[in-house]
Write a protein that binds this ligand. Structure first.
Ligand code: NIG
Ligand code: FE
Length: 419
């Protein structure tokens, strides 16, 4: 089975020699091929080049093969969304209204809203219903161009409910054509039952939850909400070390609410990514330099909560890479639309379209440990890509915010839809 896409107006994010990530100045250079063709065989991108299609690649005569004419359209690698909480029950628009009336995210959390609210709902919702709701969200983001997604637990806040969430994610891995990686976020908030006994809750995460999650092979990574009012640096350090003992590398929430030390403790534990980063100064940038940790910014959450923007220009100017993800969750970012993230990247963070595209493809693929296989158009990589609506060039993608510009989705070498 092969798919040949021909007459592609511009093939975006091509790589002759695949990179693990793109950093610093190199982020402003995006390789593309104009007037291109692309060949997919089974699940893999096997070749591409400029038109005309060479005779050696002519697949027309064999049955089961597909030829797509992408005249006027661009082809992008699918977005990689390296940070979401998209398994959740119901929604929280009541808090949204509280927020409009002036309450902050932290104030809502202190009143038992926020994460604790979602935990209550999750507890009362069965596994099948959670799968159903999450599949709806996965299908939505798939048609918006996302091809790989990380999903966290974290609305369980006790062993049974955390396991329930992670089992839901395991089911989604089997049911969805999206590539899914899972992260255990036991330390997302202190549950009501442990109020005033945060240390004991951390004990239960370390001694009880992590070994069980690992024994069932339910999580690829481990996360902690390391920030003011949530988990401390020492607690984060303890949890990350415990996770690593079981092969779960860190991917943590850090420096969203303050200079909390989250970046430092993440890097010290060789976290794969540190995420949010609204409070990132010279010291934090210094720590990130020379590390293997991907700085990851979540523009949807900063937009929805009206937070300050992370100083991404300082991060890139220092020579660091930068990833961006949606943070799709019911409290701080009830949208997983990576096209909108791309627009926010350019509009609010002043990234160039080239930088923004790297941030939501190859660098976010790195931030979920899959950039060897996803995040660019390269020979040998998995054929996860989309064909756009007719458009003048790739800058139109972030520019024309708010509408869906993805026409045809191809995942694992299969056409998911026709325009
Ligand atoms: O990434 N910051 C912590 N966790 C989520 C929010 C979760 C929620 O409010 O339900 C975030 O923003
Ligand atoms: Fe998050």
């Amino acid at each position: 089975m092969a798919i040949l896409i021909k007459n592609i107006k511009e093939l975006v994010q091509t790589e002759e020699i695949p990179m693990r990530m793109v950093a610093g100045k190199a982020m402003s250079v995006l390789n593309t091929l104009k007037d291109a063709w692309l060949l997919i065989e089974d699940t893999t991108i096997t070749d591409f080049g400029t038109m005309p299609v060479p005779d050696s690649v002519n697949i027309g005569s064999q049955a089961g093969n597909t030829i797509i004419d992408a005249h006027d359209r661009l082809v992008f690698p699918s977005f990689c969304d390296s940070h979401t909480h998209l398994v959740y029950a119901g929604s929280r628009e009541i808090e949204y209204i509280d927020k409009i009336k002036g309450l902050s995210y932290e104030e809502i959390a202190k009143r038992g809203g926020g994460i604790l609210n979602s935990a209550k709902r999750l507890h009362d919702t069965g596994e099948d219903e959670l799968v159903e709701q999450a599949l709806g969200r996965l299908n939505e983001i798939m048609m918006l161009g996302t091809g790989a997604v990380e999903i966290k637990s974290g609305y369980g806040l006790n062993l049974e409910d955390e396991l329930k969430m992670l089992r839901v994610i395991r089911k989604l891995k089997a049911l969805s054509p999206l590539t899914i990686v899972s992260t255990f976020l036991g330390a997302h908030a202190v549950p009501a039952a442990y109020r005033g006994r945060q240390g004991e809750f951390v004990d239960s995460v370390v001694d009880e939850m992590i070994p069980r999650v690992a024994a069932e092979g339910l999580a690829d990574y481990i996360d902690v909400f390391c920030d003011r009012g949530f988990f401390t640096v020492d607690e984060t350090d303890r949890i990350l070390k415990a996770g690593m003992k079981y092969g779960m590398r860190g991917k943590i929430h850090a420096n969203e609410l303050d200079y909390s030390g989250g970046i430092e403790v993440g890097v010290a534990n060789n976290a794969l990514s540190v995420d949010h980063l609204e409070f990132t100064g010279d010291r934090e940038i210094e720590v990130l330099l020379g590390s293997e940790t991907m700085p990851t910014v979540l523009p949807g959450a900063a937009f929805f909560l009206e937070m300050v923007c992370s100083p991404v220009r300082n991060i890139i100017n220092a020579g660091l890479p930068l990833a961006m993800a949606s943070d799709f969750n019911p409290g701080s970012s009830p949208s997983g639309n990576m096209q909108f993230i791309l627009s926010l990247a350019c509009i609010r963070y002043k990234l160039l379209p080239e930088e923004a595209i790297h941030a939501v493809t190859i660098n976010s693929a790195y931030a979920m440990g899959i950039s060897h296989d996803f995040g660019s158009i390269a020979r040998g990589k998995t054929a996860n890509l989309f064909i756009t609506m007719p458009m003048p060039g790739y800058s139109f993608m972030p520019y024309a915010y708010g509408s869906n510009k993805v026409a045809t989705v191809i995942l694992n070498g299969e056409v998911i839809n026709r325009p």
